[in-house]
Ligand binder design. Structure first.
Ligand code: FE
Ligand code: FE
Length: 206
């Protein structure tokens, strides 16, 4: 479809969102299976159901506009999902992966918030009140989901940080001189064992 007018742009944007939501629904079960936190799992299951409802809203919108919903692939969502998939392959299951998945999901929500904001504003300008209403409902759900994920992140983040820092907790015993780079306590086990052994040969400080 070629876009010339604002009305055509509006439909084009809606098709893009439709594709984005379809991709999200497809990716969610795989991501949900990979997380450990029960809170996160539940938030994800609920948003998956919500997202199915959002697709129904879009179906209704295409009906109102008498347009077809197909014909576009949202490359932005595709990229976001690919990044999440890569993290899923690279990070072991546990709190650190949960942190990564939350980050990926919040990127998705922010993307959707921007997209729905754009079309909701356009719908309003076009006097498409019912369409604007439907888009506004979804926009609110995406914002709520983003906030909920921020809340879930608070517990998941501290779990992830305490998991990685365990073996370095006893930092009181080392005096000012022999200390390496872990002053912020953020190094994780994989890297910390390597850095401490490579530093043990350190000789003089003046
Ligand atoms: Fe959505
Ligand atoms: Fe969403």
């Amino acid at each position: 479809m070629s876009v010339g007018t604002a009305e055509e742009l509006f439909v084009d944007e809606l098709k893009d969102i439709y594709s984005a939501e379809k991709q999200a629904v497809k990716a969610y079960p795989r991501l949900t299976k990979a997380v450990q936190s029960e809170d996160l799992k539940q938030a994800m299951q609920e948003h998956l159901e919500q997202t199915k409802g959002q697709i129904e809203r879009l179906d209704r919108i295409f009906e109102i506009l008498e347009k077809r919903s197909s014909g576009k692939t949202c490359e932005g969502m595709k990229g976001l999902i690919e990044e999440a998939q890569t993290q899923l392959e690279e990070i072991e299951k546990g709190p650190v992966l949960d942190c990564a998945i939350i980050g990926a999901l919040q990127r998705v929500e922010h993307y959707e918030i921007a997209a729905y904001g754009t079309v909701a504003t356009l719908a309003e300008a076009m006097g498409q009140d019912e369409v604007k209403e439907l888009l506004g409902e979804t926009l609110e759900e995406e914002k709520e989901t983003d906030e909920r994920l921020t809340q879930v992140a608070q517990s998941v983040n501290s779990e992830a940080l305490s998991e990685g820092g365990e073996e370095e907790e006893g930092e009181n015993e080392s005096s000012s001189n022999g200390r390496g780079s872990n002053s912020r306590g953020s190094s994780r086990s994989k890297t910390s064992s390597r850095s401490s052994s490579s530093r043990s040969g350190k000789k003089s400080s003046r």
